[in-house]
Design a protein around this ligand. Sequence first.
Ligand code: BGC
Length: 396
Amino acid sequence: MTPIHSADRAIRALARAGMVLLLGAGLGLAGASSSQAGGRPTITKEAFGSVSGRAVDRYTLTNGRLRVRILTYGGILQTVEVPDRHGRTANVTLGFATLDGYVTSKNPAYFGALIGRYGNRIANGRFSLDGRTYQLPINDPPNSLHGGNAGFDKRVWNAAPVTGGDSVGLRLTYVSRDGEEGYPGTLRTTVTYTITRHQGIRIDYQATTDRATVVNLTNHAYWNLGGEGTGTIDDHRLLLHASRYTPVDATLIPTGAIDPVAGTPMDFTRPTAVGARNRSAFPQIRYGRGYDHNWVLDRRDTTYRRLESAARLSDPASGRTLSVSTTEPGIQFYGGNFLDGTLYGTGGRSYRQGDGLALETQHFPDSPNHANFPSTVLRPGQVYRSTTVYQFGTTR
Ligand code: BGC
């Protein structure tokens, strides 16, 4: 077995020489084609441009039936290629073809990005902790959204391949300085993407701080199981293991209530077409121009350590399925309501309203301002941990 450190050194040397790299999982150097034929997991690296003078890399992780591309810019999951029921492969996540696509547009929809330091909204960008009040940038007036103007989605992360056994991964690290985007404490974050043997993408998040702060990390991938750029996800069937949700006000800030979904268009406790009720006049749907809410997962483990089923999405046309499990208490189902046709995606086609949906596992939005929500406070000496698995499959 090739020790990872020496393999890593070899990779860096080759990278300096400007070559594309291939690393077999615990098997020495291996070609991508052999990985596809034999299902042997591999990770490859290539230069992908630069941002403000900092080089950005793109890693490709494959295990035969699943191939994903991850950028060190924003830790962005750029493409996810999986087969349909006939074995035909398509890229099922929304994104851009080039780094410039993300940087120039500022990726306003957060395609595929890691979100931090705080996923979703904080009311008026303000919260108090241990008697001090902190003001964050108001980038979604009147609130702060997804970590502010330059959240974790706009940072270049350090990356290192993780190989061994029958999986392959990419470990990303980022140090967010005390006061960055208004948040207290230097936060050291590690996010590891792992391609599991059975067509799964596992994301492990970990963070520590040197001062009390708030943390809520997630990934903002949008899914269209028919393939990105192929139209809306109205016909996709969604199941959410959630009998309650957190209703919001007109600015999409939770009111603090935790309401039952029963008898409302928020009820996805049985698989339901996404488009069946997303034009409903139900006030909550009006506020979000469709679905843009946090569902409270029906968990057995309320210490938030164990992976439990959260959601299942299926596309009757292609037969592709996506199951999401998480350690988190909540999931934001966002129906891509603000996509307006101005962004052109990976395959060159424009993204319009409802052309993809996000399932963001998370603690609840605006938790720092709601004592009745599970806490998002992280203190020195504690370790923030969160895991989510996106498992792909097919049905007949
Ligand atoms: C939010 C939406 C927002 C979107 C940005 C989602 O997580 O809930 O309101 O528009 O992210 O793309």
